[in-house]
Design a binder for this molecule. Structure first.
Ligand SMILES: [Ca+2]
Length: 562
């Protein structure tokens, strides 16, 4: 029936000989037909909850009208950036679900994406910087055994795990899991039944259908794949991807299959090209064109979220669909330097930076439509919750594992932990980060906005370790290893470095930070014995002997987890 309808719609288009008009009409008609057949006047609810993860590229904590920062009493505080951006659908999600005020991702794309898929810290899965599609992006002194090819056909992934549980696994958007001409470039090698738009590229050549989304010229390097039906059309990339996501969700519902929709948008990554549906002149707060375009991209991605929520409702599955919305690294809003209070103001730093603005992202979790049904009663998300205990991107996998009652194989090492208890815990909106959780973000690479650093968060303390693996011997001025120490409860915007004034705290945190890294107090060693690693191990002993603070010794910690 479906095939026949499609055939006759195509035939009608040919008869009308209005090629460009027809293509768009054809798509819209197919989608409308899908909706009618799927709903049929009643909902077709799967016994298993559906899951949509919407991952926004380079969207930071402050790039939204939802205030994620709170005062000491846990009440949301609006800052100028909250008033400059417009994200009404995120607001709706926050009102009906939960927002996390302190949610961490890795500082750049690929490490975060692989952490999301694997439940592991990037220091464990070893993709510790972004994957350049065409070359090993290790940098001059990066880890010899970093995982520059990302995921492959044998990798444990959330997608494969969902598929093994009977889900239809749908990838729509940006992949960036592996370089060109490797298995990791194709999400269908990683457990996804369907892939629209995913490849090795980390940004689109163009957001415009009239530019074929970058597929122009003899050798386009950043063309978004599999959207040929929209080439030459007046359609924005976000809209094309949303139509495709809706189409495959519809098909899954028609087939009575639960779906896992992973919807990593290309937005709001550069190039900063505005969506014509959201005019840039509606953002007079921003003085430069790129910032105005960025604000348009933010509105556009939020519009996509709203369309997905509406689609779930139209299909009758909204009450049975969990929505997780998050960013993949700190903001890249074109509003200032990487270490300034600008892009993520009042937070310091932006994408790629070791400051909070580099690694804090928006995180919302909500049922698409709250309802007192059995599934939601079991996985409760109180409306309007604000969770101040911190979470991280690798927590998503264990969280959905609790949702669908499917264990992660015991042999699989997972760094995340389920966020479910925080959602129903009345103490979650507390600033007492007294738990035993540690967050470690390891970036042993250069050049980037911040080179060679490790962040270690424990309780309210945040340690930043800067190291410079150059040649042995005395360090050049400004090139010595050093620490920064901040008390985030007292100084959330990282203005007062306490490394010199708190040697005891510093020493304890350094010991804890190095503990999981090879060569630390646990005695584990690097996987291979290169000269660089040997230098690190010998220098580590000087650290263990108590040389704390801003030392002129070059302490190298380029290894990754065993
Ligand atoms: Ca990113």
């Amino acid at each position: 029936m479906y095939a026949y309808r499609r055939f006759f719609l195509c035939l009608a288009c040919i008869v009308l000989t209005m090629a460009s008009y027809c293509t768009a009409t054809h798509l819209n008609s197919v989608l409308a037909a899908d909706r009618d057949e799927a709903t049929g006047g009643k909902s077709k609810v799967s016994k298993q909850p559906n899951v949509m993860i919407m991952l926004i590229d380079d969207m930071g904590l402050m790039d939204t009208s939802v205030p994620f920062l709170v005062d000491k009493a846990g009440k949301p505080v609006r800052y100028p950036l909250n008033d400059a951006y417009s994200t009404p659908n995120m607001e709706r999600l926050a009102e009906q679900g939960a927002r996390f005020t302190e949610f961490y991702a890795m500082s750049v794309c690929s490490p975060s994406r692989i952490s999301l898929m694997t439940g592991q810290n990037s220091a464990r899965h070893r993709t510790t910087t972004w994957i350049n599609p065409d070359t090993n992006n290790k940098g001059p002194n990066g880890p010899p055994e970093w995982n520059w090819q990302g995921l492959d056909k044998n990798s444990f992934t959330m997608a494969r795990w969902f598929r093994d549980a009977g889900y239809r696994t749908i990838h729509v958007g940006k992949g960036h899991f592996g370089p060109r001409n490797t298995p990791g470039e194709d999400p269908t090698n990683l457990g996804f039944d369907i892939n629209v738009g995913g490849s090795s590229i980390g940004q689109p050549g163009s957001y415009y259908g009239t530019k074929n989304f970058g597929n122009i010229g003899p050798k386009p390097t950043h063309g978004v794949p599999s959207l040929e039906a929209y080439h030459g059309k007046e359609i924005f990339l976000n809209e094309a991807l949303t139509l495709e996501a809706k189409r495959y969700v519809t098909e899954s519902v028609q087939d009575s299959k639960p779906f896992f929709l992973y919807f990593p948008q290309y937005a709001v990554h550069a190039p900063f090209q505005p969506d014509p549906s959201f005019p840039t002149d509606s953002h007079p707060e921003f003085k430069n064109k790129n910032a105005q375009a960025y604000a348009s991209l933010i509105q556009s991605m939020d519009d996509s979220l709203g369309k997905m929520l509406a689609h779930f409702e139209s299909l009758g599955v909204a009450e049975n669909t969990l929505v997780i919305f998050l960013g993949d690294n700190g903001s890249d809003a074109p509003l200032g330097g990487p270490h300034e209070v600008a892009s993520s103001a009042p937070l310091r730093g932006k994408k790629g930076s070791h400051y909070e603005g580099g690694v804090r992202v928006p995180f919302l979790i909500s049922w698409a439509k709250p309802a007192p049904n059995d599934i939601q009663n079991e996985f409760k998300i109180p409306a309007g919750s604000i969770v101040r205990q911190w979470g991280a991107i690798y927590d998503v996998l264990p969280t959905v594992a609790e949702l669908i009652h499917r264990e992660i194989p015991a042999t699989r090492r997972i760094d995340g932990r389920s966020l479910r208890s925080l959602l129903s815990d009345s103490n979650s909106n507390s600033n007492s980060h007294t738990g035993d959780r540690e967050f470690l973000m390891h970036f042993p690479h250069a050049p980037h906005r911040s080179d060679y650093f490790t962040i270690f968060r424990k309780g309210d303390w945040k340690l930043i370790y800067h190291y410079f693996p150059a040649a042995p011997g005395p360090a050049a001025p400004g090139q010595a290893s050093r620490y920064q120490l901040f008390s985030l409860s007292e100084d959330p915007f990282e203005q007062r470095d306490l490394a010199e004034s708190n040697p005891a705290v510093l020493k304890e945190l350094v010991a804890q930070m190095t503990s999981p890294l090879p060569g630390g107090p646990t005695g584990r060693t690097c996987a291979s014995g290169t000269a660089i690693e040997q230098r690190k191990l010998s220098n580590r002993s000087s650290l263990d002997n108590g040389q704390m603070g801003n030392t002129n010794r070059r302490i190298v910690a380029i290894c990754i987890f065993p």
